[in-house]
Design a binder for this molecule. Structure first.
Ligand SMILES: Nc1ncnc2c1ncn2[C@@H]1O[C@H](COP(=O)(O)OP(=O)(O)OP(=O)(O)O)[C@@H](O)[C@H]1O
Length: 262
């Protein structure tokens, strides 16, 4: 379990996170919503250990995050960042295998290699193994990285208990692949893992989250079950956009209606 306790962080003089507390348990899918610049990615980077908070602490399964060796951490949680910055002529197979290598613990090389086709299938990229990453579309590239992250999580914890920490994992995907990706994350969580995602689509977040976290200006405004968190006034507060919220008959989940401002 991840526990972030009273986190504050500044970039130079600018406060970016102010007294943020958040937990993430196995068996739970937590989705962070909030406007550009709210501090969502910064919070995720604090949870991954990439950024150190100025105040507060992060622990994983009761140990301070900073005390956990990086190779062990790589088996406990797999991270999808917003930008990958990979400019080498790697094939899809090579990229996804990076995840296997990062996560590989006690599993044999042959065992982990069997995870690769499963991950490519989960993101709808069967048959893409030999293609060069640079020659794929933006959405296809994003799905390759998702497959890499899934492989890392599965290889790291063969019992399915690893955590996925995903920064806007569906930002380039069409609706079918958005749903396919979120279903893969949901399956991971149902199988005993944990997942934290940053999304911008309010309705997609409300449909999939066990817990929604609404951030604005470096703070958590509300968190809880989607039906408890998502309402017209919260959306107005956070985004400055008036969106009536109804309950969808097919899912029983809240959904926000879009209309032109003014
Ligand atoms: N390396 C940095 N140095 C200085 N300021 C930064 C840095 N990274 C981010 N910021 C600032 O910190 C604030 C929070 O950034 P962050 O990336 O966490 O926002 P976000 O909620 O993830 O936004 P988005 O939805 O646009 O991805 C922003 O105001 C941003 O300009």
């Amino acid at each position: 379990m991840f526990t972030a306790d009273h986190i504050s962080l500044r970039y130079g003089a600018r406060p970016v996170l102010s007294d943020v507390s958040l937990t993430l348990a196995r068996g739970e899918l937590v989705i962070i919503l909030g406007p550009n610049g709210a501090g969502k990615s910064t919070l995720l980077k604090v949870l991954t250990g990439d950024l150190q908070p100025d105040q507060g602490s992060v622990s994983f399964d009761g140990s301070p995050l900073a005390r956990i060796p990086l190779d062990e951490l790589a088996r406990e949680r797999a991270v999808l960042s917003q930008s990958m910055g990979l400019n080498f002529p790697f094939t899809v197979f090579e990229i996804v295998r990076l995840g296997l290598e990062a996560g590989r613990g006690s599993m044999s090389r042959a065992e982990v290699l069997r995870l690769l086709p499963r991950a490519l299938k989960a993101v709808g990229l069967e048959g893409f193994e030999g293609r060069l990453l640079q020659q794929l579309s933006g959405g296809e590239q994003q799905r390759v990285h998702l497959a890499r992250v899934l492989c890392q999580a599965w290889a790291g914890k063969p019992d399915g208990s690893a955590f996925l920490l995903l920064d806007e994992p569906v930002s380039n995907l069409d609706i079918r692949h958005q749903l396919q990706t979120l279903e893969a994350v949901r399956r991971h969580v149902t199988g005993g893992g944990g997942a934290l995602m940053i999304l911008h689509d309010i309705n997609l977040a409300a449909l999939y989250a066990d817990r929604l976290v609404m951030m604005t200006e470096g703070r958590i405004l509300r968190q809880g079950a989607p039906q408890d968190v998502l309402d017209r006034s919260a959306i107005l507060d956070v985004y400055g956009v008036d969106m009536p919220v109804e309950i969808a008959r097919n899912s029983g989940r809240p959904f926000a209606l879009l209309s032109r401002p003014g």
